[in-house]
Design a protein around this ligand. Structure first.
Ligand code: NAG
Length: 254
């Protein structure tokens, strides 16, 4: 385009018409030059902005890094152990809880307390109460004061033989999840055979045992068969009535 303008420009003694055309082209070049300048201006200010933000970010992160470096020689034994050392509450770790976690008072450290059946857990109420006392952030009751409940259900690990079986299991599970969501109940669904000799309906016993050990915060473990559905979504188990019982089995007069 430049060559075109130069060769046919007024210096080459063109007619008035071609002079007019050259002027037009010159105008176009000036316009595009103008656009280019505007574009360049925009690009430069954008780069400037990026640089400014990068500098700010860099300054902050290097400041953070310096802060971390100045703190780290004391870690992990001393830092954050007392709340008044200028650290924020978010970073505080209560090491006395850690000590307790490692002590024999914590039933999770007791080799006699196992997830598997065969060895009964003795003095469970006391062990559980100690654990709850040491973990006040884990509540054994819901927001409305009801006992914390963990519903447990499960089915076999392999697909159903009946082609519609897995579809029904999914629907039954969804029914339970909906009920639990409405009533603030936790739910666990198991697909693993925990004790090889305890298949079919026996499989629930090692599962309930494992759930009790894993969830000391639960006041009740509620076993429900995988092919059972709750039809009255508003039904609430009268927990108060069972307060003095350890095991409630459907089918007896109660
Ligand atoms: C929660 O546990 C405490 C004992 O640690 C007990 O006294 C209280 O009744 C329990 N709450 C419910 C709702 O069961």
């Amino acid at each position: 385009m430049d060559e075109d303008v130069l060769c046919k420009g007024p210096l080459h003694g063109g007619s008035a018409r071609s002079l007019k055309g050259s002027l037009k082209r010159l105008k176009r070049i000036m316009e595009s030059l103008n656009d280019g300048l505007i574009f360049m201006g925009g690009a430069v200010s954008a780069l400037l902005l990026v640089w400014v933000f990068w500098r700010i970010g860099y300054t902050n992160s290097s400041m953070e890094m310096e802060a971390e470096l100045s703190v780290s020689p004391k870690c992990p034994d001393q830092c954050f152990s007392d709340g008044n050392s200028g650290t924020t509450g978010r970073n505080r770790v209560d090491h006395s809880v850690d000590e307790w976690e490692k002590s024999s008072e914590n039933f999770y450290n007791n080799p006699e307390v196992t997830y598997t059946i065969g060895q009964p857990i003795r003095d469970w109420d006391r062990k559980r109460k100690l654990w709850l006392d040491r973990h006040p952030q884990v509540k054994n009751f819901t927001d409305d004061g009801k006992p914390r409940v963990l519903m447990v259900s499960g089915s076999q690990a392999v697909p159903c033989r009946n082609p519609i079986g897995d579809h029904l299991l999914l629907r039954f599970f969804k029914n339970k999840v909906d009920y639990c969501r409405l009533h603030g109940i936790d739910i666990f669904y198991n697909n693993v055979l925990l004790e090889e000799h305890m298949t079919t309906f026996w499989a629930k016993i090692p599962l309930v045992r494992a759930a009790m050990v894993a969830h000391p915060e639960a006041e009740w473990i509620w076993w429900m068969d995988s092919d059972a559905a709750i039809t009255d979504m508003e039904f609430v188990i009268p927990w108060e009535r069972y307060r003095d019982y350890n095991l409630v089995v459907h089918g007896w007069d109660h």
